[in-house]
Ligand binder design. Structure first.
Ligand SMILES: [Ca+2]
Ligand SMILES: [Ca+2]
Ligand SMILES: [Ca+2]
Length: 275
């Protein structure tokens, strides 16, 4: 159990669907995050009849991939390991991938108070390591900004502080009607809002040309020379999250980068809207 703790005698608690019977048990005293978010790159999150989504396995790494790719957790996060059997779940609650959640200061939203990795279900629910429960985080109940990041996407944050508690109402960043911090922070698709895909370098912008662009990252991932090469696996350069990095041809990852900077002007840049 994570977060702020207190000692009780003869206390029964439930975690991950299992009852815990102990004379002395450490009872969780933090908040349970009730969050939703959807990814532009994850086709399975866009209600498309796409066989790649069905056929593809789920998030490969059993451990959170952020620590090893340059993201620095604040506070309790880092080193999260997925629960056993979680990856075999199918349907709307199937796990799509890892996300990183940041609890930020209500008045200074640039300040991350604590962050941790969590799992994202196909229907947008952000869940704990058992693939089912609300995400536990060790902050006292109160108002905080909530930011959610995904490798390969631009992260987004609540426009206003959100009241966190052990029983907070759903904060749904996947709804276009839920305000996000900044301007065009998410990709609006009807009533749905998606995190922008195409940050193949994971450096907070989507860039098609010029220094540090994401298109070259895709090309480099497939070897850097032959544009028709592909490479399979769990990679940030796989912008459309179909398990294959592809630079040209049908369902390539380069086109999504161009599309998401506006689709016309290759020098346009889309920046992550996080303070
Ligand atoms: Ca769900
Ligand atoms: Ca980038
Ligand atoms: Ca791909």
């Amino acid at each position: 159990l994570q977060g702020r703790t207190a000692i009780f005698d003869f206390r029964l608690d439930t975690y991950g669907g299992q009852d815990l019977f102990l004379d002395d048990i450490t009872v969780f005293q933090g908040c349970r995050l009730n969050l939703r978010v959807k990814l532009d790159g994850a086709l399975r999150q866009r209600d498309r009849a796409d066989e790649r989504c069905i056929a593809r396995g789920l998030a490969d790494p059993a451990s959170e991939p952020y620590s090893t790719s340059g993201y620095v957790f604040t506070g309790e996060g880092g080193g999260e390991v997925i629960g056993s059997g979680v990856l075999s779940v199918t349907g709307t609650n199937a796990i799509v991938d890892w996300v990183a959640i940041e609890v930020r200061d209500a008045t200074d939203p640039a300040k991350v108070i604590t962050s941790r990795a969590a799992l994202l279900q196909r229907d947008g629910d952000v869940v704990d390591l058992d693939g089912v429960s609300l995400v536990r985080i060790g902050v006292p109940a109160g108002n905080y900004h909530i930011a959610i990041r995904h490798r390969g996407h631009l992260g987004a944050m609540s426009a206003s502080p959100v009241a966190l508690s052990q029983s907070m109402p759903l904060f749904d960043l996947s709804l276009a009607s839920t305000a996000a911090w900044g301007t065009n922070a998410r990709k609006i698709d009807g009533a749905t809002a998606l995190l922008w895909a195409g940050d193949a370098l994971g450096n907070g912008d989507i860039k098609y040309t010029g220094a540090g662009n994401d298109r070259d990252a895709v090309l480099l991932a497939i070897g850097g020379v032959i544009p028709t090469n592909t490479v399979s696996g769990y990679r940030r350069e796989d912008c459309n999250m179909d398990g294959v990095v592809k630079y040209t041809g049908a369902a390539n990852d380069r086109d999504l980068i161009l599309l998401n900077i506006g689709g016309v002007l290759p020098t346009a840049v889309r920046s992550q809207q996080l303070p």
